[in-house]
Design a protein around this ligand. Structure first.
Ligand SMILES: *Cc1c(COP(=O)(O)O)cnc(C)c1O
Length: 368
């Protein structure tokens, strides 16, 4: 890869393939794999990632919202797409684009039924979500009889899967809680399928669920962060390769005398001579203000250069006092050595937040 000449997010598709294959090695041959490509495939680029994974024969995709699914269909993606959190106002567009809704309460269920009838559909694939402890979205066990009575009234929809979501699959201190979620999922799905009279696919695991709860893989697993290179633990991270490397360059170097300040609101005041580098990446690119004032850092010439003062919209200033570098040099914000997970920790957040925040104005480059 030639050196960066502007801010770019390099996406290593070979690393994506490696992660996909590692995750597949963790599941049985007949267990299906769903790739979660919501939020631009966690900030990477949903189209490229989905088309690449489709070539690797992924079984399913999931997005959060209908317009994310439409983007994939427009890019030519043919694989089934589950929409995890569809809004009723978009149900007609969802059907027109052959997207499959998650139905999680009576309101959306009935709104979807009325649109699906209006559109004269039969056997339209839907996914029924149950709440087993996350308390975010999902029917409860006591809704089963209501749901079954509604489903028996019509042939407009076909329950393709029944699923739930784990609240703390990465946290082994919460093992008992997670095992209880899995147990209640088993009970709910047993009752639901016996009353339904046919067998939808069952799934509950996200990436950490796949790694930590092999007994809960059921018919399909859903992976997001694992594909993008993180296993949510030191032990597992070794098996994954981060697919994104965020690079930028040094625009200008300043010598700051004792007593001078750097940046907006004079948030940094120097008590000794320092050197700073100004970089063309700021909070509008996804490096939020919590990374400012000594928390976040970038890598220049294999050394950490900490952010000085407030993060600006389009720029940050970093301390390069003891780093040998010059204007135009390449800077690594995060990548395979210094990862987005490490950087996220410095601002008290998680890799998921940092990578999904890399804004659309940052150019994406693919290593194939
Ligand atoms: C985002 C999401 C996932 C993916 O979780 P990872 O931890 O990134 O693997 C899976 N299932 C649901 C319902 C989600 O919202």
């Amino acid at each position: 890869m030639p050196k960066a000449q502007e801010t770019v997010l390099e996406i290593d598709l070979k690393a994506l393939k490696h992660n996909f294959e590692y995750l597949k090695s963790k599941i049985a041959n007949n267990t299906k794999i769903l790739a979660v490509v919501k939020a631009f495939a966690y900030g990477n680029d949903a189209k490229e990632i989905a088309l690449y994974l489709e070539n690797l024969q992924v079984d399913y995709f999931a997005v959060a919202y209908v317009h994310e699914g439409i983007l994939l269909r427009k890019a030519g993606v043919k694989t089934p797409i589950l929409v995890l959190h569809p809004q009723s106002v978009n149900f007609k567009a969802l059907i027109e684009n052959c997207l499959e809704p998650s139905l999680y309460n009576a309101k959306v269920f009935n709104e979807f039924m009325s649109i699906v009838h209006q559109e004269h559909q039969t056997n339209y694939p839907v996914h029924i979500k149950f709440n087993t402890g996350l308390n975010r979205l999902g029917f409860s066990e006591s809704d089963i009889d209501y749901l079954i009575s509604k489903l028996k009234e019509t042939n407009a929809i076909n329950v393709k899967s029944v699923f739930s979501h784990l609240a703390a699959s990465e946290d082994l201190n919460e093992k008992a809680f997670t095992q209880n979620q899995i147990k209640s999922f088993k009970e709910i799905t047993k009752e639901f399928t016996s009353k339904l009279g046919y067998k939808p696919m069952l799934h509950i695991c996200n990436t950490s669920g796949i790694l930590n709860y092999p007994e809960a893989h059921f018919d399909m697993v859903r992976t997001g962060i694992g594909l993008y290179g993180f296993g949510n633990s030191e032990k597992e991270n070794k098996h994954f390769k981060p697919i994104g490397t965020l690079k930028t360059i040094i625009s200008q170097i300043h010598s700051i005398k004792k007593g001078e300040s750097v940046g907006y609101n004079r948030a940094y005041k120097s008590d000794a001579f320092i050197k700073t580098a100004t970089l063309p990446i700021g909070h509008a690119d996804g490096i939020g203000r919590p990374y400012g004032n000594g928390k976040g850092y970038v890598i220049i010439n294999a050394q950490k250069a900490y952010i000085i003062g407030n993060v600006c919209m389009d720029m940050i200033m970093v301390n390069i006092t003891n780093i040998d570098c010059k204007e135009g040099d390449e800077v690594i914000v995060f990548g395979t050595e210094s990862t987005s997970e490490d950087l996220a920790k410095a601002a008290n957040t998680i890799s998921y937040e940092l990578i999904t925040a890399i804004s659309q104005r940052v150019k994406r480059l693919y290593l194939k």
